[in-house]
Design a protein around this ligand. Structure first.
Ligand code: SAJ
Length: 419
């Protein structure tokens, strides 16, 4: 059986690898030619545990080949679309990548092909895309071709485990479509599988990430209150979470990545009305870089350092710990907030190229260090040693990386109202 995967990014490449290593003949279609070349030489363009080994195996077995030529994906049994669905400046979804992928598939597919959309999409999109294929091909959906929304649910950093063991939802435009997709994915999925219609599965995916975003906003509001009551919010959260039905999330400098900041908007987009909670949660989470700036500037003021003379070292640019992904990173939003008001910003991220070569280099002569990402390596930094390199010893923890404030520093952390 032959499969084409459209879009070889964070989701498409691992998915293509899984199908190839399960014995399918997989052609990965990707418009970025440099990515195609890299993959065909057995090297991944993304950082993810196990990916290099699994990709090499897939390419060496001859089961995986990448291409930028749409001719090479003609007549496949299944097409799996894994392209991004970002937001425009005005927070409305940009479905142009999806539409162009669907058009490419419509040109290449044959009668009987299965088309799977893995991309996260606004409710009702899969039905619309099926109509688009009908118009372009003259085929009838559910009869001449099959179409499914099968949302990816993996967590970057754990992709190859979660692809296998997470449960999966197959939302078909017809029951037969869902069944076909379920059968296909069962070749490597060991988690539970569920079948439904495509609009339910679109909403399920968006609800999952909205749930997380709204819960993080609640945790951030608790952190905000903790500063006013002079308590450590993390102690309070840990104690509240001993209740059997309470699971409060972790407050921090903000919510980034390609999914959480965007998906609540996708969920609301086609709706005529909503209650406002989901939008408010987004606003709270988006305001956290500014809140972190307030902590930094109050510390500078306490030590009489004029912001315009201050050099700030930001540790971590990725949107979350041990990742190299800077999409919608709150670290970047924070830098944007302070850049015009301070003398200089230095950055260090062990996973992101173009930053300082070492922590020492970044903190040298700095007036403050701001931790913006919870990389594991940051948890064991020797602050006494680093402090000696700094001009002024201010430490702002945006990610609850530092448990005990180091001696000799003015320390402030999000939710750490006790200092
Ligand atoms: N974050 C917090 N507090 C928390 C949890 C996360 O501030 O308690 C922040 C992180 O630092 C990060 C952002 O939120 O900046 C998002 O991180 P994340 O770990 O919550 O999620 P992602 O974006 O890496 O992956 C999410 C996952 N969704 C859920 O857990 C419901 C993943 O399973 C999805 O597949 C993925 O979105 C996706 O692609 O939709």
């Amino acid at each position: 059986r032959e499969i084409a995967v459209i879009g070889l990014g964070y989701i498409g490449l691992p998915t293509a690898i899984m199908f190839a290593n399960a014995g399918f003949n997989v052609t990965g279609y990707e418009i970025r030619e440099e990515v195609v070349e890299k993959i065909n030489s057995g090297k991944a363009h993304i950082v993810e545990p196990e990916i290099d080994e699994l990709l090499r195996k897939a390419v060496e077995s001859g089961n995986l080949r990448a291409t930028s030529d749409p001719e090479e994906i003609r007549g496949k049994d299944a097409y799996i679309i894994c392209v991004q669905t970002p937001l425009r400046e005005d927070k409305t979804p940009d479905l142009s990548y999806l539409e162009s992928a669907v058009k490419t598939v419509a040109k290449a597919m044959k009668r009987g092909s299965l088309v799977v959309i893995e991309s996260t999409v606004p409710p009702l999109t899969t039905v619309k895309m099926a109509k688009l294929i009908e118009e372009l091909t003259g085929f009838k959906a559910g009869k001449d071709f099959y179409m499914v929304h099968a949302p990816e649910r993996v967590m970057p950093g754990r992709i190859f485990k979660e692809l296998v063991y997470n449960s999966r939802i197959f939302g078909g435009i017809t029951p037969e479509s869902a069944e076909m997709a379920e059968r296909l994915y069962r070749s490597f999925v060991k988690g539970q599988t569920f079948k439904t219609n495509s609009t339910v599965s679109e909403v399920v995916k968006l609800m999952e990430n909205t749930f997380r975003d709204v819960n993080i906003a609640l945790a951030n509001e608790f952190a905000f209150l903790a500063h006013q009551y002079g308590i450590d919010v993390f102690e309070a959260i840990e104690l509240a979470n001993t209740h059997p039905r309470v699971r409060i999330h972790t407050p921090g400098i903000g919510v980034g990545g390609h999914c959480l900041p965007k998906d609540p908007h996708l969920l609301l987009w086609p709706a005529k009305e909503d209650f406002g909670l989901i939008k408010l949660a987004r606003e709270i989470n988006d305001s956290m870089p500014l809140f972190t700036k307030d902590l930094l500037f109050s510390a500078l003021k306490e030590l009489n350092v004029p912001p315009e003379d201050a050099t700030i070292a930001v540790l971590g640019l990725a949107y979350k710990g041990d990742s190299d992904d800077t999409r919608n990173s709150p670290a970047l939003a924070f830098i944007e907030e302070i850049e015009g008001d301070v003398k200089a910003v230095k950055t260090y991220d062990p996973f992101v190229p173009g930053t300082s070569g070492s922590v020492e280099e970044a903190v040298e002569n700095a007036d403050a260090v701001v931790i913006a990402t919870d990389h594991t390596a940051f948890k064991s930094l020797d602050w006494e040693k680093l402090g000696k390199l700094m001009r002024t010893r201010i430490l702002i923890d945006g990610r609850h990386v530092v448990e005990n404030p180091p001696r000799g520093f003015l320390f402030k952390g999000i939710g750490r109202g006790e200092f």
